[in-house]
Design a protein around this ligand. Structure first.
Ligand SMILES: [Cu+2]
Length: 109
C-alpha cells in the first residue's frame, strides 16, 4: 500500500513539476518591472510602519490568489493617497522577500 501511494506521488510530481515551471516561466517573463495593476479594497493604513492592509484580488505577477494581507510600501508617500475603505488599483512585487506595494491609486466609481 505504502509503495503504491509513494509511486503515485512520484508520478504526480513528475507530471505537475514541469507544468508548474512552464507556467511560471511564461506567465510574466517580461513584465517584472511593470506588473499589471490589481484591484483591492484598503482595510488599514499604517503610515509609521510603512504598511498597508489590502483585501486584494488575484495578483498575476506574484501567482497569488485573492486574500486580505499586509504589504510593505516602497514609498510611504503612497499612503497619503489612500485610506481605509477605499477601492484601489495597485501593483506589488516581492522585494527582499517582502511583498511590497509599488504603486497605488484610488478607483473612483
Ligand atoms: Cu496576498
Amino acid at each position: 500500500m505504502k509503495r503504491i501511494s509513494t509511486l503515485a506521488l512520484s508520478l504526480l510530481l513528475a507530471i505537475a513539476g514541469p507544468a508548474l515551471a512552464h507556467e511560471t516561466n511564461t506567465a510574466h517573463g517580461h513584465d517584472a518591472a511593470t506588473p499589471t495593476p490589481t484591484r483591492a479594497e484598503v482595510r488599514k493604513v499604517d503610515k509609521s510602519a510603512k504598511k498597508i492592509t489590502l483585501k486584494h484580488e488575484a495578483i498575476d505577477n506574484l501567482g497569488m490568489d485573492a486574500m486580505t494581507m499586509v504589504f510593505q510600501v516602497r514609498d510611504p508617500a503612497l499612503l497619503d493617497k489612500v485610506k481605509a475603505g477605499d477601492q484601489v488599483r495597485f501593483t506589488a512585487d516581492k522585494i527582499k522577500g517582502a511583498y511590497t506595494v509599488l504603486t497605488i491609486e484610488p478607483v473612483t466609481k
